[in-house]
Design a protein around this ligand. Structure first.
Ligand code: DX5
Ligand code: ZN
Length: 221
């Protein structure tokens, strides 16, 4: 289980995203939060910006779609070249079909789960997934406090993944920082999204390395 860090550009300066991404060369992924004013009460960016970002960096894009009707729109992000595309369980009408479509196009398929959505009903979907994204805040905004109530679900998801025998990554997203990352790693997460913790730091790339070291040490303990 290798620890990976995915800085979220939601906390970066949207006027110069290319330069902001260049500040985190050690990132494993760049987390791109797509919001549509429907699934969440916020609006960010869409496919044209993702296409430009793909030209601006060699770090793979981890697109987190907080949108209504992902069945219709998620494949377009995979077709554009996103390395990973995560759609939400609460929004997808046909999650099995959508996950298979994303993989067929060549992207990793991720399933997003809100803080109060149980993982149990999605256990059968694990063979069709590459990642489960567990929200550790309500989706919509950066800078919210981490929700400890999600920790048991991280453990439960790790158990389900182990039992399935599938190589599915467990990503946590929301409020992940030096204060909370160890708790997430101990519970079984291996991919860590951090927005304000990374782009709010004086040296964002050093923060990426610090978070990775902290998570790796906690996962080993
Ligand atoms: C929130 C987004 C997160 C957000 C995380 O809905 O999905 O990716 O950018 O930001 P922090 O790390 O500041 O909570
Ligand atoms: Zn996100």
């Amino acid at each position: 289980m290798a620890v990976q860090i995915s800085p979220s550009i939601l906390s970066a300066d949207f006027a110069c995203l290319g330069e902001e991404i260049a500040r985190v060369p050690d990132a494993d992924w760049i987390h791109v939060d797509v919001m549509d004013y429907q699934f969440v009460p916020n609006l960010t960016l869409g496919l044209p910006v993702v296409e430009s970002l793909l030209q601006a960096t060699r770090i793979p894009l981890d697109c987190h779609l907080m949108i209504a009707d992902p069945d219709r729109w998620a494949p377009t992000y995979a077709e554009a070249g996103a390395g990973s595309v995560t759609f939400h369980a609460e929004a997808a009408k046909a999650p099995v079909r959508l996950a298979r479509t994303l993989r067929q196009i060549g992207a990793r398929a991720g399933l997003g789960i809100n803080p109060t959505t149980p993982i149990g009903p999605y256990a059968e979907l694990l063979p069709d997934l590459d990642m489960v994204l567990l929200m550790t805040v309500e989706p919509g905004f950066a800078g919210q406090p981490f929700l400890d109530m999600v920790l048991p679900k991280i453990r439960q998801t790790r158990e389900l993944v182990q039992r399935s025998g599938c190589d599915v990554w467990i990503q946590v997203d929301g409020g992940v920082s030096e204060k909370t990352i160890e708790r997430c790693a101990e519970a079984g997460a291996d991919v860590f999204v951090a927005g304000s913790a990374v782009f709010g730091a004086e040296d964002p790339d050093r923060m990426v390395r610090t978070l990775r070291e902290m998570a790796a040490a906690a996962a080993d303990s």
